[in-house]
Ligand binder design. Structure first.
Ligand code: S3P
Length: 169
């Protein structure tokens, strides 16, 4: 049976929905950002500050390679995982790739107050979110399915994903 990999912009609920899916399926949740922090012994924001985004992307790709081949797992990825085709290729091999979507306003609400997202630490985060969402749209569209998360809770979103993937007849 295929795993589930969650992609989507920051603040679309990948970690929370991933937890719910893992609970429902009795599978292990692997959060790529958490694995990066564990492996490097550093917060994401410190990795960006000390080594820069390109190095972060290399570490991220290495972790994706390590986790993509496991079985009975839900993989919650970072919002930029889709930017490298090799990541998507690795995930597609063993996973249903599910992208979570949300409006810029919802994303702003869900991410404000969190300082561990270096790309959103700017004067006008809403403008940045809108810019990044439009730049990244072609990459997020490469998922097998997309689920809109606006106005929905993690349980509802998880059920929708299960109906469209592992429970699909
Ligand atoms: C990023 C998203 C973050 C994290 C890093 C970069 C991105 O993960 O990987 O800050 O480029 O969109 P979340 O999507 O879990 O916030």
């Amino acid at each position: 049976m295929k795993n589930i990999a969650l992609t989507g912009f920051m603040g679309t609920g990948k970690s929370r929905v991933g937890r719910e899916l893992a609970k429902r399926l009795g599978w292990r949740l692997i959060d790529v950002d958490t694995e990066i922090e564990k492996q490097e012994g550093m917060k994401i924001s410190d990795i960006f500050a000390r080594f820069g985004e390109p190095r972060f992307r290399d570490i991220e790709a290495e972790i994706v390679r390590q986790v993509a081949g496991k079985s009975s797992v839900v993989i919650s990825t970072g919002g930029g995982v889709v930017l490298r085709e090799e990541n998507l290729e690795a995930l597609r091999k063993g996973c249903h790739v599910v992208c979570l979507g949300a409006t810029p306003e919802t994303i702003l609400k869900r991410t404000s107050g969190n300082t561990n997202r270096p790309l959103l630490q700017v004067d006008d985060p809403l403008a940045k979110i809108k810019d990044m969402l439009s730049d990244r749209a072609p990459f997020y569209e490469k998922a097998d399915i997309t689920v809109d998360t606006d106005g929905k809770g993690p349980l509802e979103i998880a059920e929708e994903i299960l109906a469209e993937t592992v429970w699909k007849k």
